[in-house]
Design a protein. Structure first.
Length: 527
């Protein structure tokens, strides 16, 4: 049986929640929760800009469900099933499935609030899983009289609210902004500029956010996948995220943005990147070189395909400690794992078989191009001075299990800093962005499968005599684009002297590869 992950909110979500709450305003009365034709009672409502948010605790109480706060997570239970809400996250756990929310969950003074449509969806799903047929809806605001107010005593002077929990300003909701649908991207070069033309359809204008490393653009949901993604030019990377009713496109580059134009007849958005000298007369950054070509292997042979990714490589050594260079250990174990899988009748492909550098995006592109059944990325772990740990860890891409998992994702994702001119700070911001949109529909379908795959590997390693530390979740970019169950394996800690010695040992590397291969074989046999 799959273990239900218990989420703990990292510090960055606390910051995100505070930012969200500055835009939350209390609404008068409440909204009636209706089950079928029966009105159950009122649930508290708050406003967040144009969105109506409903109290999850009130809904749970009216439906006679369990609700308990565990740290900074609200857990709602119905029989053997549970829903977990993390403040500041735009996805929620339903058992082991990650379900997207229309907006981020908000916690205010110990109360958890969900956007109204998301609240109905989540509670209907939870009730259905527990065997309770339900058709929930909301009546009009204030449809039921609010509970009588408690007796009012002589008021004492009201102290000023604490600085970290300001009273939310009362805002007047505005109608949702209309955004066009993105139909596709056309790429070209013109007069020293690299041009991306986004063809749009519909009313309104896309929401554009410019930054030092590129531009983020928000559209209404539409064509998926987006024609023109990824970018055909190595100078500019493009990726899109399907966020349910919205689609986010990000164009990243070390080239400066010349201009962003919104044009009509036909409707389109144009982003020009400057390849010549910038306005200060400085030469434009050198184009990012194309990664070494990966030999295209033969098409499917009828066997199950597993792509094994040796993390880091080339100019990126990965973690270094106690005589270990991570990129070398990763490649050695990846080769052994691929060889063992082939012995077991599985078609194993390597993303790299030499000491070359590949971008994080390119690694999963290889897996997707091959239409592989599984993706396994091999890495080694490291800890800062003063901290110690040993053992193999297996990660899947989801909301982070804890602060250590989040920190590891930040470190691994900083490989982005050496690609396209991103700074470590920009890479961290991209990781945090990924965290808030982990509920996108493309990822949702494989979260549960990746959890099961990780557990097969964990159990196989344990039975094979490998010290297994844990299965955990974190937002790793290298797993983001994979269209199949995917995991990241941290073989061990190079910062532990004894474990570093083991990681360099050929016999121990083979032992790890054999254990992982058996886990992969077991998962494929049963799935």
């Amino acid at each position: 049986m799959s273990r239900r992950p218990v989420l703990k909110r990292p510090a960055l979500l606390s910051v995100l929640a505070v930012l969200l709450l500055t835009a939350v305003a209390a609404a008068a009365g409440g909204v009636a929760l209706v089950c079928g034709e029966r009105t159950l009672g009122n649930a508290e409502v708050v406003k967040q800009g144009a969105h109506t948010l409903v109290s999850a605790q009130d809904m749970a109480s009216l439906l006679e469900l369990g609700a308990a706060v565990k740290g900074d997570t609200l857990v709602v239970t119905a029989g053997d099933h549970r829903m977990q809400l993390v403040s500041g996250a735009s996805a929620a756990w339903l058992d082991v499935e990650l379900v997207p929310l229309a907006t981020s969950c908000v916690e205010w003074n110990g109360r958890w609030f969900l956007e109204a449509r998301s609240a109905l969806k989540m509670f209907n799903l939870l009730l259905a899983r527990s065997g309770r047929a339900a058709s929930l809806s909301f009546g009009a605001e204030g449809a039921l009289p609010p509970a009588p107010a408690p007796p009012v005593e002589k008021p004492a002077p009201t102290p000023a609210p604490p600085a970290d929990k300001p009273a939310p300003p009362v805002l007047t909701p505005a109608p949702p902004a209309a955004r066009p649908v993105l139909k596709g991207i056309r790429w070209g070069e013109d007069d020293g500029k690299l041009r991306a033309v986004m063809d749009c359809e519909g009313d309104g204008a896309p929401e554009v956010q410019r930054g030092a490393g590129g531009v983020k653009i928000l559209f209404s949901a539409g064509t998926w996948p987006v024609p023109g993604v990824p970018s055909p030019y190595p100078d500019v990377s493009a990726w899109a995220m399907n966020m349910g009713d919205r689609l986010m496109l990000e164009l990243s580059s070390s080239l400066p943005i010349h201009e962003v134009l919104s044009l009509d007849s036909p409707k389109r958005l144009v982003v020009d990147f400057r390849r010549g000298p910038d306005v200060a007369g400085k030469p434009a950054p050198a184009p990012v070189p194309k990664p070494p070509a990966i030999p295209r292997e033969p098409p499917r042979t009828g066997k199950r395909i597993v792509v094994v990714d040796a993390g880091h490589g080339g100019k990126d050594p990965g973690a270094i400690g106690n005589g270990v260079r991570e990129k070398n250990v990763n490649l050695s174990v990846a080769r052994k794992l691929a060889a063992r899988l082939r012995e077991l009748g599985i078609d194993a492909r390597l993303t790299r078989d030499t000491d070359v550098y590949l971008t994080l995006q390119r690694r999963t592109e290889i897996a997707n191009d091959l239409d592989s059944d599984l993706f396994v990325s091999i890495h080694c772990n490291a800890l800062p001075a003063g901290k110690s740990a040993t053992g193999m860890e297996i990660y899947l891409m989801a909301l982070p299990t804890d602060k250590d998992a989040m920190q590891l994702a930040l470190v691994e994702n900083r490989e982005l800093a050496s690609n396209g001119g991103d700074s470590a700070k920009a890479s961290d911001e991209r990781t945090r962005l990924l965290l808030t949109i982990l509920g996108n529909m493309q990822q949702n379908a494989k979260i549960s499968e990746s959890t099961g795959f990780a557990e097969y590997l964990f159990n196989s390693g344990k039975s094979g005599g490998i010290k297994m530390r844990r299965v955990a979740q974190a937002p790793f970019f290298v797993l983001r684009g994979a269209g199949m169950p995917s995991v990241l394996v941290e073989l061990g800690f190079v910062t532990d002297k004894a474990e570093a010695k083991l990681l360099l040992d050929e016999a121990y590397q083979k032992k790890m590869a054999d254990a992982l291969a058996r886990g992969i074989q077991g998962y494929l046999k049963n799935n």
